[in-house]
Design a protein. Structure first.
Length: 345
């Protein structure tokens, strides 16, 4: 069931805490009871658990939730899940901290928040390829953005791709007129020509291109694959991980099944996401084209062999350099890969 933000989150927004609009070496964690129904045990034998789960309305942030709902996976694990839509990851981290969410989804640009201790990464989702630095027609290079007005949703993957692109060109944010904006405002500002450039992402950019078909793409994730990975992830509140082990394990078991289904049924995953979001399958398919999906077996192997920790260490180094983190953080302190693997046992 998809819901709008709860009244508590709106109250937090009024206080400036959140505003939601329509973007081998794992952490040691508390032991939990078995997540899945055991042999001869039905889901009805499990005590139902209520879960508030945040998402971003795109393929990355929604597909597993749509699959879990359609395929009865939540019910299998006796989870009463209510989903809440957000425009970006930092708002969800805030809602995790206030207890308005139990779980959420973040893109790579928000990974500094769990790295700073504000939440736990409980599952890696995909590798993102949707981020771009874009500019109005006539601006043909990052260097041409010098002195220009450039919009970005702060603390997101749009912020991250812009920072990387500027550094590659020997520039910093001091060389542009940076304007922090919410994602919906960036769509409007680019479409109307109020800003000359932006660090942003698809599918929002597809909407912009309907109004500015000659929009110029100056940089994208794949330009930096030799420097850094762009993992998207599911996160949980620190208190949830510390004190609600059974909830965490059941949710992770459900996500694992949805991950397996998505990798085996990509076209169905697109259709289910489109139905969940009430948008066209064509829109979702275009969005999914900017996503690298990994199978459950791949995610398990990448967690076990330390590759995920390597990705996260690279991101930590980036965030230290970008000033988001004051000192390096060990991925083992904020990625609970042991719980992700344990939910499959």
């Amino acid at each position: 069931m998809t819901m709008v933000l709860s009244s508590r989150i709106w109250s937090a927004a009024a206080l400036g805490l959140a505003t939601a609009l329509v973007a081998t070496g794992c952490a040691s964690s508390p032991a939990a009871e078995p997540a899945a129904p055991q042999a001869g045990e039905s889901a009805e034998a499990l005590e139902p658990i209520d879960v508030n789960f945040g998402y971003i309305p795109d393929f990355n942030g929604t597909s597993l939730l749509a699959i879990a709902e359609d395929q009865g996976i939540w019910e299998k694990y006796a989870l009463n899940v209510e989903t809440l839509s957000f425009t970006n990851g930092p708002l969800q981290i805030q809602a995790l901290g206030t207890g308005d969410l139990d779980f959420g989804y973040i893109g790579p640009g928000a990974m500094w928040l769990p790295a700073s201790g504000q939440a736990k990464v409980v599952a890696i989702n995909t590798l993102g390829k949707a981020d771009r630095v874009v500019a109005q027609p006539g601006i043909d290079s990052i260097e041409d953005l010098r002195g220009q007005t450039v919009a970005v949703p702060e603390g997101t993957s749009g912020d991250m791709i812009l920072t990387l692109a500027l550094a590659e060109a020997g520039m910093t944010k001091d060389d542009i007129e940076l304007v922090p904006m919410e994602p919906s405002a960036i769509v409007a500002a680019l479409s109307s020509g109020q800003v000359q450039g932006a660090g942003f992402w698809y599918p929002g950019l597809a909407t912009v291109k309907e109004n500015v078909p000659d929009l110029v793409e100056l940089a994208q994730n794949t330009d930096f694959v030799d420097q850094i990975a762009f993992p998207t992830a599911f996160v949980a509140g620190n208190d949830v991980v510390a004190n609600e082990g059974e909830k965490v394990q059941r949710v992770l078991a459900a996500l694992r099944e949805a991950i397996d289904y998505r990798a085996s049924n990509p076209e169905d995953a697109i259709a289910l996401t489109a139905a969940f979001l009430a948008i066209s399958e064509e829109q979702v398919a275009a969005d999914a084209g900017n996503v690298q999906i990994m199978s459950l077996a791949e995610l398990d192997e990448l967690t076990e062999d330390g590759t995920v920790n390597t990705w996260l260490s690279g991101m930590v180094d980036y965030f230290v350099g970008a000033g988001k983190l004051t000192e390096p953080a060990d991925p083992a302190d904020f990625y609970t890969g042991d719980l992700f693997l344990g939910a499959g046992e």
